[in-house]
Design a protein around this ligand. Structure first.
Ligand code: SF4
Ligand code: F3S
Ligand code: ZN
Length: 103
């Protein structure tokens, strides 16, 4: 599961589509955590897609991640600023790849 303390255990190493990426990042096998308010651990995501289907405000978009060992697409929190903290994505992800931090 995603580490809920990632903001203290990791550092921001790059930006992607307007959000932070928390390292380490060593492409293509290690991709880090994308987003902060809505954080997706790309190294855990298996591209289940439930988060994209269920988010009421369409926070997520697919991004290609060729040659990643878990899946070749990931749910990117492109519109994390629109999140209304319903926590649905956190509940439906089968591998607990998402952390949402209200407030
Ligand atoms: Fe979307 Fe709700 Fe998840 Fe926010 S908490 S990203 S609104 S499903
Ligand atoms: Fe990935 Fe979980 Fe969404 S596996 S696609 S973050 S439901
Ligand atoms: Zn991203």
């Amino acid at each position: 599961a995603i580490d809920p303390e990632f903001e203290t255990s990791r550092d921001v190493v790059e930006q992607h589509e307007g959000h932070d990426v928390w390292g380490p990042v060593e492409e293509p096998e290690t991709l880090g955590i994308h987003g902060t308010h809505v954080a997706v651990d790309f190294d855990i995501c298996i591209a289940d897609g439930a988060c994209l289907e269920d988010c009421p405000v369409d926070v997520f978009e697919w991004v290609d991640t060729p040659d990643h060992p878990e899946s070749e697409i990931k749910a990117d929190p492109t519109h994390e600023d629109q999140c209304i903290d319903c926590m649905l994505c956190v509940d439906v992800c089968p591998v607990d790849a998402i952390d949402v931090d209200p407030g």
